[in-house]
Design a protein around this ligand. Structure first.
Ligand code: GTP
Ligand code: MG
Length: 689
């Protein structure tokens, strides 16, 4: 049977889900309910006449339907990220665990309760020539770092491995290799076998099996869409390739993955927590807020005395977070993806004796007489820590990304509602034969154009000043670090000569850069809020002035300003972090004080250049682009509505009554308007408490 036929056949198979996963994400239920309420509110608004309203409500409804919060799993190679993800979706063998460490595939599982068909979808993206080349030619950032620090041997090794990988792919894919670069493959279904073909690279596949892992080494990302009826809300769970010592090339993949997701789970392995790689990961997450990080200590089944050892692990994690200026109060959860897989149907027969003993000890400590009784599976599932993890994820989403989205939706809905109220005002007065100014479309158009231009210019000026300020501040921070470090270097040389290797802790550099960026984010948010508020105020005045509305008849909500992304990049490894051989080599190759000082400052400059460039290109610039878009969209929406309203003042009375909504509909709209004006976003409520 060929592969296609096999896939088609097994696509009918039902994944081994059980009732266990049903309640895991129940923490998202309340949020999902609120979203449903808002959706029906938007429907009510959509019942009103008018193209603008129709368009705006349709768009808003689409946004609500498409909203998909994301959680990203990061961690050292073999910590158990993939096994955990599989357990979270109740499909133990979905993603192949034990992927060859060279695979760079970021896999996103899109869980959707509402997809109507059982059919799932899969999309695989391949690296393009440029990304591939960057990885191969210089070995990525770590390659550059190695070459600067004089670690030519390591660099050679990395290059050779990459070259071998390229050769292997060429052989495997033949002439298709070049053709596939930068392409995408899409399927209307997927199963374990198809996934393996794209993300599971095995060296031991043998000649006979040329389908499995066929595309794995050039696959960059995989998106798998699952119909998950028991989820209260959509959710994307993202599995990333593990980071490890030798292959830190993938540090960049991890950095990008964290930046792109509002919530991440750091998976640590209980039997060797806080290895150098874990420390590097904690350095990365130290740049994000505590409530956006969850730490999951996996593999506790491998501990001899889990209860005692987990307490020790907890203490050491807490003190490390503190020492590294990390997110100190990040939630820490202990568990075992292995136990979860057993509970999900792998059978307990395989539970080896050590793991069984650990389970019993853990159970004695965690199950009290008044715990809710359950089946063996339910109990082990609970002890595996997976439900606790899913629950933590749910509440973080509801209070974070979810609440922010809700806020955006409410503001947009309020504007649609307020526009309708203004419309009602105009129509009612015309029908009653009251005084009403006829407003020419062109006049309103001119005025709103002027507002658009003024506010865009204001925004541009602020953004320009802010980004210039950011560049200066960062360059200044780097300079002051270099001066301080160089002074210490000279002092060291004077005292000990150059035989003693000098080293200097780079955390001061990170702290300075981080606070420079923080000044930018705080000011940027505030400035944008001001510009948005001014634009909303001017538009409100235009409504009132142009249509002679009563004060208070219309209220315009400014769009919510998004948060600039956290500076995760600042946690990336730089030469000063890499003690040991690399640093000694760098040191040994210098002679003379001046040479040391000059080259040290050159080294720092070269090492931090990517940070500065990324804080600008991947952080400040996208933020600027998104606020620009928001402002344009906001003003455009109001413009369309103002023009429509102007048309109404000029329309024939007869036409208006025919086109206007019935009283019954107006009553519904009116109650929607008052509902929205009192609506409180849950995140706001928790922030206020
Ligand atoms: N004993 C035990 N083994 C586990 C546990 N979780 C995962 N494993 C095993 O550890 C190995 C690695 O697991 P993966 O899920 O592939 O780990 P990963 O973090 O995704 O690894 P990379 O993708 O290579 O970074 C597999 O053989 C798993 O079966 C656990 O909780 N306990
Ligand atoms: Mg994995």
């Amino acid at each position: 049977m060929n592969a296609e036929a096999r896939i088609a056949e097994s696509a009918e198979g039902v994944p081994p889900k059980t009732g266990l996963v049903r309640t895991a994400f129940s923490g998202l239920e309340a949020f999902a309910e609120r979203m449903k309420t808002l959706e029906s509110v938007v429907d009510d608004l959509g019942a009103a006449e008018g193209d603008t309203t129709q368009l705006a409500t349709r768009k808003l409804k689409r946004q609500i339907r498409e909203f998909e919060p994301t959680v990203t799993m990061i961690g050292q190679v073999k910590a158990g990220k993939t096994t955990l993800v599989n357990a979270m979706v109740g499909w133990p063998d979905l993603l192949p665990a034990d992927i060859n460490p060279w695979t760079s595939v970021v896999t996103s599982l899109h869980l959707d309760p509402a997809s109507r068909t059982a059919a799932k979808k899969a999309r695989f993206r391949f690296f393009d020539e440029e990304e591939w080349g960057r990885l191969l030619n210089r070995g990525g950032r770590i390659g550059e770092l190695a070459s600067r620090a004089g670690a030519h041997k390591e660099l050679e090794k990395v290059r050779r491995q990459l070259e071998a990988m390229r050769e292997k792919s060429r052989k495997r894919l033949g002439r298709k290799f070049e053709l596939l670069m930068g392409q995408e493959h899409e399927y209307g279904f997927f199963d374990e076998e198809l996934v393996q073909r794209y993300v599971c690279l095995g060296d031991d596949l043998g000649e006979g099996n040329d389908q499995q892992g066929r595309f794995a080494d050039i696959t960059k990302s995989a998106d798998l869409f699952l119909n998950q009826g028991e989820m209260p809300h959509k959710l994307c769970v993202r599995d990333t390739p593990g980071v490890n010592d030798t292959f830190m090339i993938r540090e960049q993949i991890t950095v990008n993955a964290i930046r792109e997701s509002r919530l991440c789970v750091v998976v640590l392995s209980a039997h060797q927590t806080l290895s150098t790689v874990d420390m590097a990961l904690i350095r990365l997450i130290s740049n994000i807020r505590s409530r956006e990080v969850i730490i999951f200590v996996n593999r506790i089944d491998e501990l001899g005395a889990p209860v005692k050892e987990c307490e020790e692990i907890r203490q050491s994690i807490v003190s490390t977070l503190k020492a590294l200026n990390g997110p100190e109060d990040a939630q820490i959860i202990f568990g075992s993806a292995y136990w979860a897989s057993q509970a999900l149907g792998r059978g307990f027969g395989n539970l080896n004796s050590a793991s069984g003993r650990a389970l019993v000890e853990w159970a004695e400590h965690h199950i009290s007489a008044d715990s809710a009784p359950g089946s063996v599976e339910e109990t082990i599932w609970r002890l595996s820590g997976i439900p606790a993890l899913c629950d933590a994820i749910s509440s973080r989403i509801a209070a974070g990304e979810g609440a922010e989205f809700e806020e955006r939706v409410v503001r947009s809905a309020r504007n649609i509602a307020n526009g309708l109220a203004a419309e009602r005002d105009v129509v009612a007065r015309r029908i009653a034969g009251g005084e009403i100014r006829q407003v020419a479309r062109a006049d309103v158009g001119r005025e709103i154009d002027a507002i658009a231009e003024r506010s865009a210019q204001r925004l541009e000026a602020k953004l320009r000043a802010l980004t210039n300020d950011l560049d200066h501040r960062l360059a200044g921070s780097r300079q002051s670090f270099v001066s301080r470090a160089t002074a210490s270097l000279i002092k060291h040389l004077e005292m000990y000569g150059d035989h003693e290797v000098w080293s200097y802790d780079p955390s001061g550099l990170r702290l300075l850069l981080r606070s420079g960026y923080r000044v930018f984010t705080t000011k940027a948010q505030k400035s944008c809020e001001e510009v948005f508020a001014d634009a909303a105020k001017e538009i409100r005045e235009l409504y009132i002035g142009a249509f002679g509305l009563t004060e208070g008849a219309v209220d315009i909500a400014a769009p919510a300003v998004p948060k600039p992304p956290p500076p995760v990049i600042l946690g990336s490894t730089i030469a000063l972090d890499v003690k040991g051989n690399w640093w000694t080599n760098w040191w040994r190759r210098r002679r003379g004080y001046q040479a040391f000082a000059d080259e040290f400052s050159k080294l720092i400059e070269a090492e931090t250049e990517p940070f500065l460039a990324s804080l600008r290109a991947d952080h400040a610039d996208p933020f600027a682009a998104s606020v620009r878009n928001l402002l344009t969209e906001f003003v455009e929406g109001r413009r369309a509505h103002l023009l429509e309203l102007a048309d109404r003042t000029e329309a024939e009375i007869g036409q208006m009554t025919a086109g206007g909504a019935s009283d019954e509909r107006w009553d519904r709209i009116e109650s929607t308007i008052s509902f929205l004006s009192e609506y409180q976003v849950d995140g706001e409520r928790s922030a206020a408490q």
